[in-house]
Design a binder for this molecule. Sequence first.
Ligand SMILES: C[S@@+](CC[C@H](N)C(=O)[O-])C[C@H]1O[C@@H](n2cnc3c(N)ncnc32)[C@H](O)[C@@H]1O
Length: 289
Amino acid sequence: MSGVSASAAVETDTIRSALRMAKASLRRSDTADLDAEILLAQLLDVDRAFLHAHGEYALDVAQTRAFQSMLERRAAGEPIAYIIGEKGFYDLDLLVTPAVLIPRPETELLLEEALRLTTSVPAASIADIGTGSGALAIALARQRPRCRVYATDISADALAIARQNATGHDAAVAFFGGNLAGPLIDRGIKVDLLLANLPYIASADLKTLEVGRWEPRLALDGGADGLSLIRELLCQLPSVCKPGAHVLLEIGASQGAALRQLLRDRLRADADVLPDYAGFDRIVRFAVN
Ligand SMILES: C[S@@+](CC[C@H](N)C(=O)[O-])C[C@H]1O[C@@H](n2cnc3c(N)ncnc32)[C@H](O)[C@@H]1O
């Protein structure tokens, strides 16, 4: 929603008038009404139904100013999740800051496939490589409490957020800082299931994308063809996967064929490419022998 204007003054005195002005000021966004309500509900620490039921509630000066500042950030294109500091993923509310990728709905497909693969392996060891906010690792640890869940990230700032999220959700995840699966290999840890949503956008494409303005480059930039980190991870797999371990990788919308070829060449593995709800390549699934 770049280019949205926040020019309208927000002379708020009640919830009703604040919302009316906010919706006008975000009018170039497709989601102006929803955005305005989410921001005000977060600021007042109420749910959206409260806003509709209590339109006469009077905002004080500090609340009015804080709301105006939120609207300006949103009008400049900043994602709602960074403004309010949280994002829903599966059944979790996760803290997010600009140090972590905002978890995406399509990544829930990776989680669902991981849950399916572990249904009959209740005590599996699982690794989430490039954990970011901890979304996948924490959801898995909660859904599969008998599994041992490990997670890595190269970003210390991301790991700090992931640890906070794990604590907040009482999830038992062992977090390690370092390159890809390196920290697990160094400790001799081998897993039955490895999942990774690593950066997979080609560097040149990233320059043209709105996400590149807000979300960490470290979470998005997959090198010249988008597959640099995935290639590097493939080299590590024999050292971190038990024989027959399953691997799930999130990939870009048109990377399925390239990945299948890569897996044949590097690991002699036959991969399945699973589509997302829009029909695009989204997950590569294979076994390491
Ligand atoms: C696309 S984000 C995914 C975050 C999270 N797993 C999710 O699905 O929302 C990729 C993550 O990989 C991390 N990362 C990038 N390069 C890495 C590397 N060489 N080793 C470990 N993690 C890395 C980034 O810091 C970022 O948190």
